[in-house]
Design a protein. Structure first.
Length: 261
């Protein structure tokens, strides 16, 4: 009997020891890999910003980004450019009560629940930041589709309303249907359309597939077989072009605020 007990005890000791060793190894690896993971995340973000502006033209992403892109920060309530908050992480700020605002049901048309108080914007300069010749303004936007929150970068012209590019880079929609938001052929139809009407109100319209008028400055075809994802795209545009999104900032852009520094 004691022999069996000894055997069970020894087995438990071995199992527990192995678990502890594995836990230490995993924890150590996670700590050691964190800087590289952070760097990769930053590089991926920079790549997506460059892609939506059409300035992704080489393998040295960091150098291209440094040459062509200036990152700034906007107070979404006032539309004013502000200094970068210390140790700022936009994704974390969206969920932190101290740095975000909980949206009411009527406000939350994009189904994101909360909105960060300060958001990054990216100024693109085709001839380099030092040229001072602004070629595009990139806004980070996100909203819920059928199954997931879909994240994208939206590039606007210096006028603050003409769409120059749309790049959905993160989503969990149905492959072959809603997942086609990441298809460049679909997003290409947004280029040249107007985000806002002459009064500054959200005007882009995602209509039923095949119904977009070629003469319309505002209509684009939705995704075939993915009505709810298409609705999510529409709601995303409506929110971020609206009063709780980038509307105050874009109003200042249209008034020439960027020309004054």
């Amino acid at each position: 009997m004691s022999s069996n007990n000894d055997s069970i005890s020894k087995t438990l000791i071995v199992v527990i020891s192995l678990c502890l060793v594995c836990a230490v190894i995993v924890s150590t690896a996670a700590v050691q890999l964190r800087p590289q993971q952070t760097a990769n995340k930053l590089l991926d973000s920079q790549k997506n910003v460059l892609a939506v502006t059409g300035l992704l033209s080489g393998s040295d992403i960091a150098a291209l980004y440094s040459k062509h892109i200036e990152e700034r920060f906007v107070d979404l309530d006032s539309g004013e450019l502000v200094d970068k908050p210390k140790d700022y992480d936009y994704r974390k700020a969206m969920k932190d009560p101290a740095t975000s605002e909980r949206l009411s049901g009527d406000e939350d048309i994009a189904s994101i629940k909360t909105r960060a108080n300060v958001a990054p914007v990216y100024f693109a300069y085709e001839n380099g930041v030092e040229s001072g010749e602004l070629s595009a303004i990139v806004l980070p936007i996100h909203g819920y589709g059928l199954w997931s929150t879909m994240h994208a970068f939206l590039a606007l012209g210096p006028d603050g309303t003409t769409i120059q590019g749309l790049n959905y880079y993160e989503q969990g929609e149905t492959a072959g249907l809603g997942g086609e938001v990441q298809n460049p052929k679909w997003s290409a139809q947004f280029v040249g359309k107007k985000l806002l009407d002459q009064s500054g109100q959200p005007a882009i319209k995602v209509v039923k597939p095949g119904n977009a008028s070629a003469d319309s400055a505002f209509e684009v075809d939705g995704l075939s077989g993915a009505t709810l994802t298409s609705n999510g795209v529409q709601h995303t545009f409506d929110f971020w072009a609206g009063a709780k999104g980038f509307a105050p900032f874009l109003a200042k852009v249209r008034d020439g605020a960027l020309n004054n520094g």
